[in-house]
Design a binder for this molecule. Structure first.
Ligand SMILES: C/C=C/C(=O)SCCNC(=O)CCNC(=O)[C@H](O)C(C)(C)COP(=O)(O)OP(=O)(O)OC[C@H]1O[C@@H](n2cnc3c(N)ncnc32)[C@H](O)[C@@H]1OP(=O)(O)O
Length: 273
């Protein structure tokens, strides 16, 4: 499969055949759907590999403005594949396994565009960690979220011990990590673990994507970069980065268009330039 983009330079994007997920792009929104419903979309190594590949495709696809990750069936993803975890022979293999998940999720987190997890059902363990690697999370009312690893004698290993406290604070994160309990969509909303709850997670996520896409694409990428790069730094250093990126944003055609449109009392027509 390939998308063709006609224009000054013809560009052909090769899209691999995926077995455990599907990829489509509609009106600027990339939709990645995990498709192992018989195992509640458990994240096998093959599926993680495909997630890495699809992330690279999203990175290269100039049509994509926002990416949504979701799952087929009653789960977003019920965690790492426990059959594969059971087969890990020693701590070194287990460490490699954690590093694989961490690396794939770091690639998703580093995408230079807004990403949304549409949590249509269970998001447990590695499944929640995938959602945490996205910028925003939208859940359906019946979704259940949690990090149940300690109940298996494990700990969250695909980023959960780091991204969850950064998102909702240490105390609330440790409540979820120590108890392993499943929280409802409503509680997840009150914890700040999800941004929105709706009848249909995917429809709600698309609505949010369309709202985001009204804004200038380069500004969105720079705003994300500023937030992400600033996270590990002290305030003074982080503010310097913000000022630099504000400078980049001010040099775009879209900035001129945005300001002109405001003064002319019309909607802006952003081109991502
Ligand atoms: C670094 C990251 C580490 C981790 O992520 S560790 C894993 C953390 N996740 C979990 O512990 C959740 C495991 N799953 C469950 O607790 C339950 O499932 C649910 C509560 C999500 C749903 O329960 P119900 O509705 O009764 O479905 P069902 O019969 O348990 O599952 C349907 C099929 O899906 C398989 N499955 C579910 N989760 C996983 C998984 N994480 N890895 C591999 N397979 C899984 C089952 O075994 C079963 O399959 P079959 O029909 O062949 O018996």
């Amino acid at each position: 499969m390939a998308h063709e983009h006609e224009g000054e330079h013809e560009f052909i994007l090769e899209i691999p055949e995926f077995e455990h997920l599907s990829y489509e792009v509609e009106e600027g929104i990339a939709l990645v759907t995990l498709r192992r419903p018989e195992a509640l979309n458990a994240l096998s190594q093959d599926l993680l590999q495909e997630l890495a590949e699809v992330t690279e495709v999203i990175h290269q696809d100039p049509e994509v403005r926002v990416a949504i990750f979701t799952g087929e069936g009653k789960a977003f993803a019920a965690g790492a594949d426990l059959k594969e975890i059971a087969a890990l022979k020693d701590p070194f293999m287990a460490r490699e396994y954690a590093l694989l998940g961490q690396q794939v999720f770091a690639e998703i987190a580093a995408l230079p565009l807004p990403t949304i997890a549409a949590i249509n059902g269970y998001a447990l363990g590695g499944g929640l960690e995938l959602a945490l690697a996205c910028d925003l999370r939208v859940a359906s009312r019946e979704a259940k979220l949690g990090l149940p690893e300690v109940g298996l004698g494990l700990i969250p290993g695909f980023g959960g011990t780091q991204r969850l406290p950064r998102l909702i604070g240490r105390g609330r994160a440790l409540d979820l990590i120590f108890t392993g309990r499943h929280v409802s969509a409503e509680e997840a909303l009150s914890l700040g673990l999800v941004n929105r709850v709706g009848e249909d997670a995917l429809e709600e996520a698309k609505k949010l994507a369309r709202k985001i896409m009204k804004n200038a694409p380069i500004a969105l990428a720079l705003a994300k970069e500023s937030v992400v790069r600033g996270e590990g730094l002290d305030l003074a250093e982080a503010l310097e980065i913000e000022a630099d990126l504000f400078g980049y944003a001010s040099a775009t055609e879209d900035m001129k268009e945005g300001v002109r449109a405001f003064l002319e009392k019309r909607a802006p027509n952003f081109k991502g330039e």
